[in-house]
Write a protein that binds this ligand. Structure first.
Ligand code: ADP
Length: 465
């Protein structure tokens, strides 16, 4: 059964891990889809107003004119290719503030939910000729393209819009050595636009918040359900174990007195014993003892269903030390063990307390009997009494002790410590439960201190009123 539960816990953990991986994968995919959709949306919005920015054309014209001048200079041999881009930045710098403002205003008027930046880069300038194409400027990688206009940001983390290719045909007149001449050029300019969306992660997460909350909730729910199922399975197993233990223990406990009773009755039937009154008396005493033992066992089982609220106390006033001495005298007589040393560390007190003598005696005897049951040789029991606003009785033994793990549970119904020393001793695990209920019924408190192989101390505290 224990193996089965372990396998079940292991399988559940595996299932949970698999579930989390699948869920993580799905969330990641949704994240990617949401991100793509969001970026696509933003790109579309930019395209829409890109066409409507008429004023931007005048800026493109200025930059275009500059480019044409340089291409002509190059064609006429007045400018080297590697110097083609020199000072190009000056001209873009002068028009850029206006360019940026136009875009920013447009972004604002389109009410985009997040700040967007725009940048135009130059990728290639090719002089088209009927014979060959003469590349003036060409950068194949997107990062290596040349920053032309717009806001300055790193394009590595930006999103590329479509690149545009414009082919132009221009004719220009110029004067050389006092003679007016004309030149015509055909060229192709490739530019690439980028947008940078600040805080897109936040926006995507905001859009996914519903699905995120739902999946966290479902995960927590499954986890809770699993925890609850395994916990109740363990509890059920504990209860089943306790029941089996109880049945085994009670059968064991009943067997000995019953066997003795069978022997005793057989003995009484024997003819030779009829004339031996001493033997008859001895046998009858044995029958009485076993009878008492059986009665005690049955009482224990019957009383185990009593909670402290159901115990009806019949309180009477007793002189504390007189009462304790009677209980201890009776106990000493019943033990008959020569090894037992009972130290009564208290003087005669005249204070009295109101208790139910019958129940309180049962509670004290349960503790005292345990002290003998769970000790090996040279048993020594110390009884201390203190009187303040409570009556405090401590019963200390030098027995096998109780482990920290068991200490918290010994007052539970049917609980017995798991060590072999305890299992060699008969018991139902009901004595301390009942003792605790009796002390609680007196509005008192019982606690235990113990060290394995050193001994155990039970501390009782009972209020005077
Ligand atoms: P039982 O003695 O019938 O098993 P109890 O309820 O009286 O049941 O005690 C519960 C358990 O507490 C015992 O099985 C034993 O493991 C532990 N225990 C009680 N008293 C002592 C003690 N004085 N020394 C060591 N262990 C003890």
């Amino acid at each position: 059964m224990k193996r089965k539960i372990n396998v079940l816990i292991f399988a559940s953990i595996l299932g949970l891990i698999a579930l989390s991986i699948i869920q993580g994968y799905l969330i990641n995919n949704t994240y990617k889809l949401e991100k793509d959709a969001f970026i696509e949306e933003t790109k579309r919005a930019v395209f829409r107003f890109d066409d409507q920015l008429i004023e931007i054309d005048s800026i493109y014209e200025i930059v275009g004119e500059e480019m044409v001048d340089r291409i002509i200079d190059y064609k006429l041999g007045r400018l080297e290719k590697r110097k083609f881009l020199n000072e190009f930045n000056n001209i873009t710098d002068s028009v850029n503030p206006k360019f940026i403002k136009l875009y920013q205003d447009a972004f604002r008027s389109f009410n985009l939910s997040h700040p967007v930046k725009f940048q135009k880069r130059l990728r290639a300038v090719v002089l088209l000729d009927s014979v060959f194409n003469d590349t003036l400027f060409y950068k194949p990688q997107k990062i290596n393209s040349l920053y032309l206009l717009g806001e300055d940001f790193n394009v590595e983390s930006a999103y590329a819009l479509n690149n545009s290719q414009i082919t132009n045909d221009v004719q220009r007149n110029y004067v050389e050595n006092g003679i007016e001449k004309s030149v015509s050029i055909e060229f192709q300019v490739t530019t690439q636009d980028y947008i940078n969306i600040d805080g897109w992660e936040k926006e995507v997460l905001r859009r996914m918040s519903g699905i995120l909350v739902l999946s966290i909730f479902i995960f927590a729910f499954v986890l809770g359900l699993l925890y609850y199922s395994i916990k109740s399975l363990i509890t059920q197993k504990k209860i089943a174990d306790i029941k089996t233990d109880f049945v085994n223990n009670i059968t064991h406990e009943l067997k000995t007195p019953l066997a003795t009773l069978t022997l005793a009755t057989k003995m009484l039937r024997k003819e030779e014993i009829q004339h031996e009154p001493k033997l008859i008396d001895n046998t009858v005493q044995t029958i009485e003892r076993q009878n008492k033992r059986l009665q005690k066992l049955i009482d224990q089982v019957l009383n185990n269903s009593l909670g402290y609220k159901e115990i009806e106390l019949n309180k009477e006033s007793v002189i504390i030390t007189d009462y304790l001495n009677t209980v201890l005298d009776d106990f000493e007589l019943s033990v008959k063990s020569k090894d037992l040393k009972l130290n009564r560390n208290f003087n005669q007190l005249h204070s009295s307390i109101r208790i139910d003598k019958f129940y309180m005696t049962t509670a004290l005897l349960n503790i005292l009997e345990n002290a003998v049951k769970y000790s090996e040789n040279n048993i020594e029991i110390n009884i201390d009494v203190q009187v303040s606003n409570h009556l405090k009785i401590s019963i200390e033994d030098n027995g096998i002790g109780i482990s920290d793990k068991d200490k918290n549970q010994i007052f539970e119904k049917f609980y017995r410590a798991g060590n072999t020393e305890v299992h060699n001793v008969k018991g139902l695990g009901l004595g301390l439960y009942y003792t605790n209920q009796i002390i609680k019924a007196h509005n008192g408190n019982i606690s235990v201190k113990s060290k394995e192989n050193k001994g155990t101390t039970f501390n009782l505290s009972i209020p005077f009123n």
